[in-house]
Design a protein around this ligand. Structure first.
Ligand SMILES: Cc1cc2nc3c(=O)[nH]c(=O)nc-3n(C[C@H](O)[C@H](O)[C@H](O)COP(=O)(O)OP(=O)(O)OC[C@H]3O[C@@H](n4cnc5c(N)ncnc54)[C@H](O)[C@@H]3O)c2cc1C
Ligand SMILES: NC(=O)C1=CN([C@@H]2O[C@H](COP(=O)(O)OP(=O)(O)OC[C@H]3O[C@@H](n4cnc5c(N)ncnc54)[C@H](OP(=O)(O)O)[C@@H]3O)[C@@H](O)[C@H]2O)C=CC1
Ligand SMILES: O=C(O)C(=O)Cc1c[nH]c2ccccc12
Length: 432
């Protein structure tokens, strides 16, 4: 079967090569199996599930390593904030000696072992700049740029989008940015509070990143202030030693979401008091309902709230504008700051390169179909890890995608064998 696929690939490849050579020097490569865009946990999980079914795939990655978000864009003190069994990739558990909340280094070691175990070898420094389906030949044409801007076009029957929900940083624009004069960075380039000792730092955004960066700054004797523009749900990471996330999933099996939300809010109130008294209002919808409707993840508190209560972290209103070494807030207050850290999150980049408008929303670059149906599009297009369900969701997508492609992969092979059987001269009758 592999041989037939290769043969088919080679014929197409030769045909394209000949056609292209006449026009440009661009490389065109036919890929017999699926092309996966992105070598993060989602892309790796998809490739592993395919490999398990004997289907080869090709992963294209813009960075020079696997899991570039974790490797290059996260801070030193990061740990998984959900217990490890909710974060392991399909087909390979975490080592049993890992703690409940593995560190970033442990998670990366696991991902490296995962790639090695399944012999996954992504093509690095390959940025996908466009992917287009040609209905005449029923194939995807995936254009990439290499480090020296050299163009390569990969041609394939299946395309798996695994570029993540955190592909590009979101940085809001403010009047006066050029005047500020001090360091302004996004959490994706923050490593630790070391550089900010003794400094007044404004952290903009109160998701899990903003909250943890504030705590880290405190631990390095910086003075952080946190901008809370609207509202946020802060939940304890654990309730009586049980992970809030795990408990929620278990409760949701028995009770409606609204009731579970009431429970979570009651416990949070008992443990934290009313967060509004520290300037942190809760959204009208409950934490799980909000997550399922908008994707907004509740903050799991790992000690930041205690620092807010003691006044080590101050809470500020939304920003009006930046001034020289200062910030003006919407309540009219102006305060001095040495540095600003944007913890304003990330967005998908799918709509910038995927030339297809049915499967992905132009608004947020995520699948239009809600979970659990967002993984499959048309014409061999798939998506893994874009359902706002974290690593657990990525594993579910990966499994479904591999099962689905397995069907068409087998059908293709049968079809191809039938084709070659007709095209080849009949087998001579066996000699007596
Ligand atoms: C600080 C932080 C902590 C997190 N902690 C958790 C957690 O504890 N539990 C959890 O479940 N989730 C967590 N998440 C959510 C996160 O989305 C997942 O952990 C995970 O990284 C998702 O994997 P992914 O492969 O979908 O995306 P990514 O890890 O972002 O990988 C996508 C890859 O695609 C590549 N890429 C993007 N565009 C292109 C292109 N055009 N061409 C080629 N390659 C491209 C990127 O370089 C990247 O390597 C966390 C996120 C952050 C930011
Ligand atoms: N330990 C862990 O496992 C960690 C996990 N994560 C995960 O990583 C992902 C990304 O998290 P994170 O980087 O925190 O991003 P998020 O998107 O979760 O949070 C961004 C925050 O910035 C706020 N914001 C956006 N624009 C502005 C603005 N102009 N002014 C003020 N605030 C603004 C948003 O508020 P609003 O929504 O109201 O617009 C939101 O509260 C999440 O899935 C998160 O759970 C992150 C850190 C640690
Ligand atoms: O880290 C994320 O953003 C996730 O999607 C996983 C996740 C972390 N905390 C949660 C709380 C409710 C639902 C999902 C998550």
């Amino acid at each position: 079967m592999d041989y037939l696929k290769e043969l088919e690939g080679k014929r197409l490849h030769d045909h394209f090569e000949a056609k292209m050579a006449a026009k440009t020097t661009r490389r065109r490569i036919f890929v017999p199996g699926p092309v996966i865009v992105g070598a993060g946990p989602s892309g790796l999980a998809a490739a592993a599930c395919l490999k398990e079914k004997g289907i080869p795939s090709l992963i294209l990655e813009r960075a020079n390593c696997i899991a570039s978000l974790w490797q290059l864009k996260t801070y030193d003190r990061l740990r998984l904030h959900l217990p490890k069994h909710f974060c392991e990739l399909i087909l390979m558990p975490f080592p049993s000696d890992f703690p409940t909340y593995p560190t970033k280094q442990q998670f990366l070691a696991y991902l490296n072992a995962y790639a090695e175990h399944f012999d996954l070898k992504p093509v690095f420094n390959m940025t996908v700049v466009s992917a287009r389906f040609d209905s005449r030949c029923g194939l995807w044409f995936v254009k990439t740029l290499g480090l020296k801007n050299e163009e390569t076009e990969y041609v394939c029957q299946w395309l798996i989008v695994a570029t993540g929900e955190n592909a590009e940083e979101v940085v809001p624009e403010f009047e006066g940015v050029d005047e500020f004069g001090g360091p302004i960075l996004h959490t994706s380039s923050y490593k630790s509070g070391e550089l900010f000792r003794g400094k007044k730092v404004l952290v903009v955004g109160c998701g899990n990143s903003g909250m943890e960066v504030c705590l880290d700054l405190c631990n390095y004797n910086a003075s952080p202030s946190l901008v809370v523009k609207d509202s946020v749900h802060i939940l304890p990471q654990e309730i009586l030693g049980i992970s809030t996330f795990g408990l929620s999933i278990w409760l949701l099996k028995w009770f409606p979401m609204r009731l579970v939300d009431h429970f979570l809010l009651l416990v949070s109130r008992l443990m934290f008091g009313d967060t509004a008294q520290f300037g942190i209002n809760r959204p009208e919808r409950g934490p799980l309902e909000l997550k399922s409707m908008t994707g907004k993840t509740p903050v799991l508190d790992i000690g930041t709230l205690a620092k807010i209560k003691t006044g080590h972290i101050r809470v500020c209103k939304a920003i009006k504008q930046l001034k020289h070494q200062a910030v003006e807030f919407i309540d009219g207050k102006v305060e001095h700051f040495d540095a600003i850290i944007f913890a304003t999150g990330y967005k998908s980049n799918v709509t910038s390169w995927l030339k297809e408008t049915n499967m992905f929303s132009e608004k947020n670059g995520l699948p239009r179909k809600p979970f659990p149906n967002g993984w499959k599009g048309e014409c061999g297009l798939y998506s893994v890890g874009l359902t706002q369900r974290g690593l657990l969701g990525a594993s579910l997508d990966a499994r479904r995608i591999a099962e689905d492609i397995e069907h068409s992969w087998k059908a293709e092979a049968t079809h191809f064998m039938a084709f070659t059987a007709c095209a080849l001269p009949p087998t001579p009758p066996p000699q007596p």
